[in-house]
Design a protein around this ligand. Structure first.
Ligand code: ADP
Ligand code: MG
Length: 165
């Protein structure tokens, strides 16, 4: 009885998730170390050619920031070791010859008003790539996203990474 009452809720949730991603998975990989995730990030240079708004999804420690190390290195915008989490500063900017990368972490941003003070709209430009962690907290950002990257921790060092575009 309880199970059958819950079923519609589960399928509704599933529908919402599916609608958020209108297309099939474009890329899927399983990595076994942070270095492998960085190497995969480096391969995304063409897929992420600017302008782009990219949603990076996944739990804390899934590897979102680690992936950005590879992306920033590929664009010659920063050395891997110089890419750190923008948890407290909220936005890190890395300027490269082909693109300006903005690595944004909205984990600590809770209200629409706080989001607006960040002025993300002003960062959007022909040569900019916005890489946003926890952007799915805000429907306005989810609606604008052109690429979505989901990282899932399967084991201590095993991550499944899927990309929709
Ligand atoms: P997030 O930004 O999603 O919170 P981070 O990239 O900051 O995650 O942290 C991921 C942590 O997991 C790092 O300490 C990293 O070394 C570790 N790690 C272990 N295996 C992997 C892997 N396959 N890919 C990415 N990170 C990994
Ligand atoms: Mg992070």
């Amino acid at each position: 009885m309880i199970a059958s009452q819950r079923l519609p809720l589960i399928s509704l949730y599933w529908d919402v998730e599916q609608q958020a991603r209108t297309s099939d998975v474009l890329k899927e990989i399983v990595t076994h170390s942070a270095d492998e995730t960085i190497a995969f990030g480096r391969t995304l240079i063409d897929l992420l050619s600017p302008p782009k708004l990219v949603l990076l999804r996944g739990d804390l420690g899934a590897g979102k920031t680690t992936l950005v190390k590879g992306i920033a290195a590929a664009f010659d915008a920063a050395a891997e070791e110089d890419v750190t989490s923008p948890t407290f500063t909220l936005i890190h900017e890395y300027r490269g010859p082909r693109a300006n990368l903005y690595h944004i972490d909205l984990y600590r941003v809770d209200t629409q008003r706080e989001l607006e003070t960040l002025g993300l709209d002003d960062l959007r430009a022909d040569n900019s790539i916005l890489l946003i962690e926890w952007g799915e907290k805000f429907p306005r950002i989810t609606r604008q996203r052109e690429v979505e990257i989901l990282l899932e921790r399967e084991e201590e060092e095993r991550r499944r990474i899927r990309i929709w575009a």
